[in-house]
Write a protein that binds this ligand. Structure first.
Ligand code: TXA
Ligand code: MG
Length: 317
């Protein structure tokens, strides 16, 4: 761990007092607040400019801490033993008397919960002495930060620097609240690994039929238009490569989807600058972490809900 204990203690104190702290996880940096404090959770929504109907993931440091918050059935217990700590978020029934803020779960009777595979994240949760609600530490609609320097310092009272995130895409969200497990968001645990454990999953991550609001299209959009499955860039476009071949930047010259996931958000950020007319992305295979990468890229390429922030407004007639 690259952060001293005094800093962790101070960060824990800020969180216990209702302030926000940005912290590293193995997936992306999170904007953390006390998940049991409505005011802290409201501050997260306010800082992100996120519509409050979008529920947040609650982060715990130990499996026993999860059992105080949600109902853990044998199926959930098996997945926790196999994949925690790690990039798997489980949506489970809220436990009666659960101290988690109803605002954090957007009023739902379920809670999304995960135990991150990052020593700083777990030490922080322990220091705070409560579970932490934490979306990715970016303004709503922006690209998730995978390095401390990508976190906007205005969002939090403190940003803990844990270096680059190992996985680079958000956690896989699996809904275990119904009879049949359902994939709500592809992410850091490949679908294939979950299906080996559970059999075929329901797939509800289709952005045209969102079940959870985080499935909205254009959720991960850079400012420039994004074009997928590009073999060659059009004039003015930056090519984001995958596999061998010339490109402005390359997600993985060797064609490794895990390496590509770790590079995805940092490279989208690096190419999202004036001087290019758009970002063209080479095809990425739909296996392993490729599923999560393509999900994020399709959202980045989807028609925008709002005009991108750093482009000048259109002239009125
Ligand atoms: O890797 C990650 O999961 C990161 C790091 C910081 O842990 N966090 C993250 O949080 O990506 P966020 O808030 O950006 O995404 C939460 C996702 C959204 O798609 C949301 O709709 C879904 O989880 N979600 C949260 N609670 C839910 C619930 N009760 N039922 C269904 N979906 C839920
Ligand atoms: Mg996010």
């Amino acid at each position: 761990m690259s952060i001293d204990t005094a800093t962790i203690t101070e960060a824990g104190r800020l969180l216990a007092a209702g302030q926000l702290v940005a912290f590293p996880t193995e997936t992306v940096y999170g904007l953390g607040g006390d998940a049991t404090n409505d005011h802290a959770v409201a501050a997260i929504f306010a800082a992100k400019g996120r519509p409050t109907f979008n529920p947040l993931i609650v982060h715990v440091a130990r499996v026993e801490q999860a059992e105080d918050l949600v109902v853990v059935d044998p199926r959930a217990r098996r997945l926790m033993a196999r994949f925690w700590p790690g990039p798997l978020t489980l949506v489970l029934p809220r436990r009666p008397g659960s101290p988690v803020s109803l605002l954090a779960s957007a009023g739902l009777d379920t809670i999304a919960i995960r135990l991150p595979d990052h020593a700083i994240a777990r030490a922080l949760i322990e220091a705070a002495g409560r579970p932490l609600a934490a979306p990715s530490a970016n303004r709503s609609g922006g690209v998730s930060p995978t390095r401390a320097e990508h976190v906007d310092a205005d969002l939090a009272a403190l940003v803990l620097d844990g270096g680059p995130c190992r996985v680079g895409v958000e956690s896989t969200v699996l809904d275990l609240s119904g009879d049949h497990p359902a994939l709500l968001r592809p992410g850091g645990i490949p679908l294939e690994e979950l299906e080996r454990e559970l059999g075929p999953l329901l797939r509800t991550e289709n952005p045209t039929a969102p079940k959870s609001p985080g499935q909205l299209e254009s959720h991960y959009a850079p400012g420039l238009p994004v074009r997928l499955d590009a073999e060659e860039p059009h004039p003015g476009e930056a090519l984001l490569g995958f596999g061998p071949g010339a490109a402005e930047l390359n997600l993985s010259p060797s064609g490794d989807v895990a390496e590509a996931a770790a590079n995805l958000f940092a490279m989208l950020r690096a190419l999202d600058r004036p001087g290019f007319s758009g970002i063209a992305v080479r095809p990425i295979p739909e296996h392993g972490l490729g599923l999560a990468i393509n999900d994020r890229l399709r959202r980045a390429a989807a028609p925008r809900l709002q005009p991108p922030k750093h482009q000048p407004p259109k002239h009125q007639p």
